[in-house]
Structure formats: C-alpha cells, structure tokens
Design a protein around this ligand. Structure first.
Ligand code: HEC
Ligand code: HEC
Ligand code: HEC
Ligand code: HEC
Ligand code: HEC
Ligand code: HEC
Length: 401
C-alpha cells in the first residue's frame, strides 16, 4: 500500500516534469525559428524564385538576371574571366567588426547616386592602389554587368540591414515567465506534481531573475553605455588621433571655450583630404564621400553618440579648460577606437562620484575667492584640498535648470 503510493506519486511527478520540459523546448524552438526569419533563403518563394522587386516590375531586369547576378557576385558561378567572389570583400550582411571595404549596399547606393556608373569601366581602368590590387584579373562583360546591377537593385531595395544579436535575455525572460505560469497553474488547479517545493522553487527563482531584469532595465532606461553606431563615413579616431597623432583640438577645437565639443565640418576634413585622396585601409571609396559631400554642399550626417537628457546641463569648457580634465577620463581611449563608443554610463552618479574625488585648483583660481570658509580651513590646516563637490559640484542647480 505504502509502496504503491510513492510509485504513483513518482509517476505524476514525471509526467508533470515532462510536460514542462516539452513546453520549454517548444518555446526555444519557436523563438529560434522566428529570429532567423530574414535569412536570404526565406526571401524566396517555394519555387525558389526571389520575391518581387520594383526593378523586376518595371521590366528592367528579368528573374534570370537577378538570380545569375547574385550567384556571380557571391562567387557561385564563374565570370568569363574566372570565378571572383565579390562578396568576400563587398559583404552582403553587416559585419560585427570594422570592415573597411564598401559593402554591397554601398556599391548599390553609389551606382544609384552617380550618373553613368559602370562597374565594367571601374574594373577596367581602376584608380588607386587598392582598386588596382584588389580587382586584379577581374574583367566583366556588359551582360555580366547587367546581371550584377540586377542584384544590386535588390540589395538597394532591401537597405543596409541591421546586425541582429541573438536575444538570449529575452529568451530567458519569456521562458521563465511561461515556466512560472505553468507552475502556478499546476499548483492551484491541475495538481499533477505533488511535491510543492518544486513549484515554490520555480516561482522563487523566476521572480528573483525577473526582478533583476526589471531593475537593470529601469536603471538603463534612456542610457546608452556601450553605444557605438556605424557612421556614414568610416572615419577612424585610431587612424587620425592614434596613428597620425592629430590633436583632439584640431577637430574639436571649440571644446575649450564652449558647452559643446562640436563635430568638425567638411571643410576641416578637406584641409587634409584635398591632398590625401586614398586611405591605406579603405582605398578611395570613403574619402570620396567627403568630396561628394563637398560638391553637393550637403553636410555629412554624423550619428550622435553621447547625449545627456535635456534636463541636465554640461559644459566642456568648464571641465577641459577650468578643470583640466582629460577627454579620455570621460570618453575612454578614443584614439584607440576605429568606431567611437560611449564608455561611461553618463549617469548622475557618475558625475557626482568624480566631483567628490577630484580636487580643484583652489588657491590659484580667483573664481573661488568667494569661498571664505574653505580658504580659512586650508590656512588653518584643517583640510588639504578642496574637491569639485565642495565648490558647487553637488548643487542641483549647477546641473539642472
Ligand atoms: C579583395 C577584396 C575585393 C574583392 C574580391 C572585390 N573588391 Fe571591389 N573593391 C574593393 C575595395 C577595397 C574597393 C574600394 C577601393 C577604392 O575605392 O579605392 C572596391 C571598389 C569597387 C568598386 C568601385 C566603387 C566605387 O564606386 O568607387 C566596384 C564597382 C567594385 N569594387 C566591384 C567589385 C566587383 C564586381 C567584384 C567582384 C567581381 C569586386 N569588386 C571584388 C575590394 C574588393
Ligand atoms: C580629424 C578630426 C578628428 C580628430 C583629430 C578627433 N576627432 Fe573626435 N570626432 C571627429 C568626427 C568627424 C566625429 C563624428 C564621427 C564619429 O563619431 O566618429 C568625432 C566624434 C567624437 C566623439 C563622439 C561624439 C558624439 O557623437 O558623442 C568623441 C567623444 C570624440 N570625437 C572625441 C575625440 C577625442 C578624445 C579626440 C582626441 C584623442 C578626437 N576626438 C580627435 C573628428 C575628430
Ligand atoms: C567631464 C567629462 C568630459 C570631458 C572631460 C570631455 N567630455 Fe566630451 N562629452 C561629455 C558628455 C557628458 C557629453 C554629452 C554632452 C551632452 O549631451 O550635452 C560629451 C559630448 C562630447 C561630444 C559630442 C558633441 C557635443 O559637443 O555634445 C564630443 C565630440 C566630445 N564630447 C568630445 C570631447 C573632447 C574632444 C574632449 C577633450 C577635449 C572631451 N569631450 C572632454 C563628457 C566629457
Ligand atoms: C590633419 C589632417 C587630417 C584631417 C583634418 C582629416 N584627415 Fe582623414 N586622414 C588623414 C591621414 C594622414 C590619413 C591616412 C591616410 C593613409 O592611410 O595613408 C587619413 C585617412 C582617412 C580615411 C581613410 C582611412 C583609412 O585608413 O583607409 C578616411 C575615411 C578619413 N581620413 C576621413 C576623414 C574625415 C571624415 C575627416 C573630417 C572629419 C578627416 N578625415 C580629417 C589626415 C586627416
Ligand atoms: C572625470 C571627472 C568629472 C566628471 C566625470 C564630471 N565632472 Fe563636472 N567637474 C569636474 C571638475 C574637476 C570640476 C571643477 C572644474 C573647476 O575647477 O571649475 C567640475 C565642475 C563641474 C561643474 C561646475 C561646478 C561649479 O563649481 O560651478 C558642473 C556644472 C559640472 N562639473 C557638471 C558635470 C556634469 C553634468 C557631469 C556628468 C555628465 C560631470 N560634471 C562629470 C570633474 C568631472
Ligand atoms: C554634477 C551634476 C549634477 C548634479 C550636481 C545633480 N545632478 Fe541630477 N542629474 C545629472 C545628470 C547628468 C542626470 C541625467 C543622467 C541620468 O540618467 O542619471 C541627472 C538626472 C537627475 C534626475 C532624473 C533621474 C532620472 O532617472 O531621470 C533627477 C530627478 C535629478 N537628477 C535630481 C537631482 C537633484 C535633486 C540634485 C541635487 C541634490 C541633482 N540632481 C544634482 C547631473 C547632476
């Protein structure tokens, strides 16, 4: 009798556990499937034909053009001059590291922008070291060019694409959520699993993890530590401020007397790039963009990286000039970055911590003469130095209007 009871309990325990495990695996499977939606294969209909695109509708290119163009570009079929995998340099999907070569999308955009653009001619009479070296032996016919254009038209319509990280956190969050719901249902209604500790364990662990996510998310709301967007021109601080040791102030000169550090205008770039027409890493393509912007009179649309909320006030001059704080203390080793990244969280706590830790040039700055008590404390040896926090660096009004 006693033995039988434990046996059946074990059995219900196993079915319950099996149910939950199956549910968990199913969620995993469906989330993976839905996250890999936009792989190239899925853009084809069941007959293996690519989805409609505008150029096909207007009759400029046929489906065969498009299919062959893509295969030529990806090195799957040979050009008359041999097999060349253009996509090994002109990448079709966004890379997760710095890639200096123009992407397939950028080639497409250039073709749309430039009158009488001819791949065939560019390959036949290359200008510049990289153009010559990288395309050695690559000659294409008029028909092949037409097919490449068919492919580039599709790439152009699809846009540059986005780098997608696998959403591990979302998976854990939702997975746990569903597991908790199942545990709750079983605890209150179905009662398949008799061991209560099991439900309690799932609920407690689930709640703790969910709370942690909630706290982390709300703390980072509106904050963008680690943000490093791709810029319209592959401008590298490592190349300029690092390798070529150009002073930060050459381009951000207003930082010493204004609130903002400013982003250099096209003219600043042209000071050097009227003469320097080719980069070691990128060839002419990126530097050409400066010249194109110059000719069209359109400013380069740099994407802003660091941004405080509007309710707070920050002055570069105050820090760089008066405080003698180094750019790197707040922005990290920018001269080692190809792509600028926000290294600090720019939170209020970050500002205050530094103000409490930094001493100011108290005795020699006439600006601080009004702090009579602090001067007296120093004279009488009660304190040795004065921190930024003590001279107003903690007053709400200094940072908030
Ligand atoms: C080894 C890498 C590499 C391969 C392979 C390669 N390219 Fe390039 N390509 C480059 C680089 C780098 C540039 C930029 C050079 C420059 O602007 O000086 C470039 C530039 C170009 C340009 C000129 C862009 C412009 O508007 O100025 C065209 C067109 C082009 N490639 C087509 C092709 C085609 C078509 C193939 C395949 C048949 C191919 N490339 C294969 C590296 C490569
Ligand atoms: C040759 C010109 C040049 C020099 C020299 C230069 N920068 Fe820049 N800087 C730029 C340009 C252009 C941008 C905008 C594009 C970008 O974010 O990469 C920029 C962006 C930045 C940003 C990000 C701005 C934002 O949007 O939040 C920081 C921070 C920065 N620079 C710091 C520095 C520091 C520190 C140095 C010296 C070590 C330096 N820069 C040297 C041209 C320059
Ligand atoms: C005390 C910290 C600190 C120092 C030192 C500092 N920055 Fe900044 N920087 C910031 C903050 C904070 C922002 C965002 C400002 C905002 O959104 O109002 C910023 C923004 C920028 C920007 C974006 C454009 C702008 O002006 O808002 C550039 C470029 C920049 N800094 C460059 C520099 C350079 C170059 C130096 C050194 C000469 C420097 N910074 C020194 C904290 C600092
Ligand atoms: C004080 C001179 C100077 C200024 C100002 C300057 N550059 Fe440069 N730039 C250089 C030098 C030097 C190189 C390296 C050329 C090489 O690789 O031989 C370079 C290279 C480049 C490259 C190619 C990098 C590579 O390795 O392929 C790009 C893109 C570029 N600069 C963009 C810009 C932009 C955008 C601006 C304006 C915000 C700018 N530069 C301002 C001197 C300057
Ligand atoms: C790396 C250290 C550091 C960081 C980070 C920093 N500060 Fe400062 N700050 C200083 C120093 C040093 C001074 C004193 C400058 C002087 O001598 O006047 C100062 C002064 C100030 C003042 C002037 C106070 C007065 O006496 O009038 C303001 C306002 C200010 N900071 C705002 C900010 C804000 C807003 C942030 C965050 C976004 C920030 N600071 C981050 C070092 C820092
Ligand atoms: C040294 C500059 C500085 C001082 C002094 C300062 N703040 Fe802030 N504060 C900031 C910055 C920068 C932010 C925005 C960054 C962030 O998200 O924390 C901020 C954000 C805030 C926020 C919004 C928080 C949020 O999550 O949106 C409040 C409220 C606030 N501060 C209140 C105060 C009060 C009250 C004081 C005086 C006791 C004070 N601050 C003093 C720099 C300062």
């Amino acid at each position: 009798m006693h033995k039988k009871l434990t046996l059946s309990r074990k059995k219900t325990f196993n079915t319950g556990f099996g149910m939950i495990l199956t549910a968990f695996l199913l969620i995993g499977y469906f989330s993976l499937v839905s996250f890999s939606e936009d792989t190239p294969e899925n853009n084809e209909d069941p007959n293996g034909e690519p989805v409609e695109n505008q150029s096909l509708d207007t009759g400029e290119f046929t489906r065969t053009d498009l299919r062959m163009g893509e295969r030529l570009f990806k090195g799957l079929v040979a050009f008359e001059s041999g097999t060349h995998d253009c996509s090994s340099c002109h990448y079709a999907a966004p890379p997760d590291t710095m890639n200096w070569n123009p992407s397939a999308y950028e080639l497409a955009r250039q073709w749309k922008m430039e009158d009488n653009y001819s791949i065939k001619e560019k390959l036949k009479s290359p200008v510049g070291v990289r153009m010559i070296n990288d395309h050695e032996g690559m000659r294409i016919t008029g028909e092949e060019e037409h097919r490449l254009f068919a492919y580039l038209a599709k790439v152009y319509e699809e846009g540059p694409g986005e780098l997608r990280a696998v959403p591990v956190n979302a998976f854990i969050f939702w997975g746990l959520g569903i597991l908790m719901a199942l545990a709750l249902v079983d605890l209150l209604i179905t009662r398949k699993i008799k061991v209560r500790a099991f439900h309690v364990m799932i609920l407690v662990v689930g709640l703790v993890v969910h709370m942690q996510y909630a706290v982390a998310e709300s703390r980072n709301l509106g904050r963008t530590q680690g943000y490093a967007p791709d810029q319209p021109i592959k401008f590298s601080h490592l190349v300029h401020a690092g390798e070529h040791e150009i002073d930060c102030n050459y381009c951000h000169q207003i930082s010493s007397f204004s609130l903002s550090a400013g982003i250099p205008s096209n003219n600043t770039c042209m000071n050097c790039h009227t003469v320097i027409r080719e980069g070691t890493n990128s060839g002419r393509f990126e530097i050409n963009k400066i010249h194109q912007a110059n000719e069209s009179g359109q400013a380069v649309e740099w994407i802003r990286v660091h941004k405080l909320p509007d309710h707070s006030y920050f002055s570069h001059a105050q820090h760089v000039n008066a405080g003698k704080v180094e750019c790197q203390d707040c922005h990290g080793a920018v001269e080692e970055m190809h792509i600028v990244m926000q290294t600090e969280d720019l939170s209020m706590g970050w500002c205050l911590t530094c103000h409490r830790d930094s001493s100011v040039d108290f005795l020699d700055n006439p600006y601080y003469e009004i702090y009579e008590r602090l001067h007296q404390d120093i004279r009488e040896g009660r304190i040795e130095e004065v921190t930024a926090a003590e001279v107003g660096g903690e007053d709400c009004m200094k940072c908030h209007y």
